[in-house]
Design a protein around this ligand. Structure first.
Ligand code: KMH
Ligand code: ZN
Length: 288
């Protein structure tokens, strides 16, 4: 397999976000929180059709963690077991200090999430001051890490214009966004909101995906497909397949995304094609 394959015009990137920082292991034992569970999940989701993994890690008590050694170990283990594009969350949990979130870049993932502004997040606040956003973005540029701009509301779309105008394009030259919809405090998970957000994206945007939290997940996925976007799925965002039917494994959500892609006559991208789409560097080969 080549590392920089052509991306078909009807290509569809499926990103899996398997863990997140909000759900507890006690509430959801199926959530992959240990390294072994995360690697098993990554392998199964790759087989089901995912090309990128958005990673939050947990500590030994299954609590959200940004421990740098653990992040490095996680990136290495995922690269060893799969060819997925490895994206680390710099959002962490709402309780993580900004300086810890900046240091995530030191784990040298292929990609990192960057959120463009602060958002009420349920009863909490997901803090992303402008100075922090710029520092994170410049750090990613310097390290050759491709960002995924996570956009929780329309104001953050406007902030993306401002960021690109001031600091130029990401490493690799592509601009990929993910609309995260339906967070209590952010834009609603509706087709109307998705259309408005997509219409407002900067011209420099080369690809975008969307995900709807909780019950908005199918509405957002179907609207994203209708508008030619890509899909993010996973237990970070939704814990049921339908009312009363819990997700038992993230691969179920990836399989459903692939089925929707097939219905929409889209070609599911493999990780090499995803790297081309995202402008990500070739996979790091770990020495034996
Ligand atoms: N856990 C949320 C507070 C990201 O990964 O960059 C932030 C989040 C976004 O999940
Ligand atoms: Zn996340």
């Amino acid at each position: 397999m080549s590392t920089h394959d052509t991306v078909p015009a009807d290509g569809l990137l499926v990103t899996v976000a398997p863990t997140g920082a909000e759900t507890t292991k006690a509430d959801c034992p199926a959530l992959p929180t240990t390294l072994a569970e995360l690697v098993e999940t990554a392998v199964a989701c790759r087989a089901a059709g995912a090309a990128m993994i958005h990673v939050h890690i947990r500590d030994d008590e299954h609590r959200p963690s940004l421990d740098l050694d653990r992040l490095r170990e996680t990136v290495a283990a995922l690269r060893e077991a799969t060819d997925l594009v490895v994206q680390l969350s710099t959002g962490g949990s709402v309780h993580d200090p900004l300086e810890h979130r900046l240091r995530v870049l030191e784990a040298e993932p292929d990609s990192c999430s960057i959120t463009l502004g602060s958002t009420n997040f349920g009863d909490d606040v997901f803090l992303n001051p402008w100075g922090f956003v710029q520092e994170l973005y410049q750090g990613a540029q310097e390290r050759g890490i491709v960002p995924e701009f996570e956009l929780f509301d329309l104001g953050q779309v406007a902030a993306l214009h401002r960021l690109l105008d001031r600091h130029g394009l990401p490493a690799g030259g592509a601009v990929h966004c993910d609309l995260v919809m339906g967070v209590p405090g952010g834009m609603p998970g509706t087709a109307d909101a998705l259309v408005a957000a997509v219409a407002a994206l900067p011209d420099a945007v080369t690809s975008w995906s969307a995900t709807g939290i909780g019950r908005s997940t199918l509405t957002v996925a179907l609207a994203a497909l209708a508008k030619g976007g890509h899909l993010r799925v996973g237990m970070e965002d939704v814990l049921t397949l339908r009312r009363g039917v819990p997700v038992r494994h993230n691969a179920e959500l990836v399989t459903r995304a692939v089925a929707m892609a097939e219905l929409a006559q889209r070609t599911v991208l493999d990780p090499a094609q995803a790297r081309t789409l995202l402008g990500a560097r070739p996979p790091v080969v770990t020495s034996a």
